[in-house]
Write a protein that binds this ligand. Structure first.
Ligand SMILES: Cc1cc2nc3c(=O)[nH]c(=O)nc-3n(C[C@H](O)[C@H](O)[C@H](O)COP(=O)(O)OP(=O)(O)OC[C@H]3O[C@@H](n4cnc5c(N)ncnc54)[C@H](O)[C@@H]3O)c2cc1C
Length: 343
């Protein structure tokens, strides 16, 4: 597991449910899923504790039933944890006999922010920037994820809301929603606006939406989620255009003492942005050359032992990057290679 994703669990909020099935019937498959994903499980005769980056889930035997309690450091993480487990219980055939405690009903899911489009700017040949106005205080907390999902629903659908069990209700069904992942490029000082930079590409549903969107339009997003600001003192950042927002965010928000080397693969040289720090020179290569970033990665794996390596690009490139990082004997905690989009 990446250290970027590891969240120390300090439960702030807790919700619970009672499942109408025995402890072993519930915990055997859940334990397997969690262990397969590389996370920790502590299991005794009548109690199981699961720790994942979103929070902690505790299962206790309760006669012929099983009590389950969810706790997370923040309300958005709690919502994601509950929704994740509700889907998991359903896929394991456990949903029919479940009673959710009524801690939270109605209104918006705890990880959802309703926003207004304040501005749409064409930044460069391949990029548009949206300024969103809304309550982004959760994104401003230290240790918050750098990412979110736009919630683009079917024509005329209402925004997702909470059902009577405190779970996210998706009008038209969850599959009908396009939920692409994007990155906070910049957050206002009072967390009342956020900029997001969007790489425009043919056939992209977000590209089509951005072409039609007008100041004053409403949109919802869910977050914060995903990787946080790294903590390393020395970093190598390598990414394609979809990773430019996260790399710029990292370069702009890491302490000035952090030593950063960066390279971006772009379709258009004119898309290149400048980090605020003038001492960081960002190298450029052509995104059409699928080996360009990997060649740079190979060089850094030779020369930058001890640095934290971040790599994000098309998913087959990310898979190759993971193999190279492993083959170089790089500690897993000092690298992350993520697929940001797929062909
Ligand atoms: C953690 C994370 C953070 C991200 N942050 C950003 C960000 O801040 N800005 C950003 O622009 N992207 C970002 N991305 C990438 C973005 O989520 C994907 O590109 C996503 O597919 C965009 O959705 P869409 O609606 O534009 O395309 P879709 O409608 O989902 O895709 C349509 C087609 O376009 C292709 N496609 C998707 N993305 C691209 C692309 N970039 N270039 C060429 N073809 C593509 C797909 O293969 C698909 O066939 C991020 C991804 C991740 C995982």
């Amino acid at each position: 597991m990446s250290d970027l994703l590891a969240t120390p669990v300090k439960p702030l909020t807790a919700h619970s449910a009672l499942i109408g099935a025995s402890f072993d019937r519930v915990c055997d498959p859940i334990e397997k899923i969690v262990l397969d994903m590389g996370y920790e499980v502590r299991r005794e005769t009548a109690r199981m504790e699961v720790d994942i980056p979103l929070g902690q889930v505790i299962f206790d035997a309760d006669g012929a039933q099983t009590r389950v309690q969810f706790s997370s450091p923040t309300p958005p993480q709690l919502q994601m944890l509950k929704d994740l487990y509700a889907r998991r219980f359903e896929s394991l055939g456990l949903a029919a006999g479940i009673k959710w405690a009524k801690e939270q009903q109605g209104g918006m899911p705890l990880n959802q922010v309703g926003c207004t489009i304040a501005d749409v700017t064409r930044l460069s040949p391949g990029f548009a920037r949206l300024r969103l106005q809304g309550g982004f205080s959760m994104f401003a907390q230290s240790g918050a994820g750098l990412h979110f999902r736009f919630l683009l629903g079917p024509e005329g659908a209402a925004m997702p809301s909470l059902d009577e069990n405190g779970l996210t209700f998706w009008p038209g069904g969850q599959e009908a929603w396009h939920r692409p992942v994007f990155t906070v490029r910049q957050l206002g000082k009072d967390a009342d606006w956020m900029d997001v930079d969007i790489a425009l590409h043919d056939g992209g549903r977000t590209t089509q939406w951005v072409a039609a969107v007008q100041p004053g339009d409403q949109v919802a997003l869910s977050g914060p989620s995903g990787s946080k600001l790294p903590t390393a003192e020395r970093l190598v950042l390598l990414g394609d255009e979809t990773a430019m927002p996260v790399m710029m965010n990292i370069m702009d928000n890491m302490p000035k003492t952090a030593e950063i080397t960066a390279a971006l693969a772009l379709r258009h040289p004119d898309d290149m942005q400048d980090p605020r720090r003038s001492d960081i020179a960002v190298a450029h290569c052509d995104m059409a050359d699928e080996d360009a970033l990997l060649t740079k990665l190979a060089q850094h794996l030779e020369t930058d032992r001890g640095a934290y390596v971040f790599f994000a690009a098309e998913k087959t490139q990310a898979a190759r990057a993971r193999e190279m990082i492993k083959a170089a004997g790089w500690p897993a905690s000092a690298a992350r290679a993520a697929g940001y989009w797929g062909k």
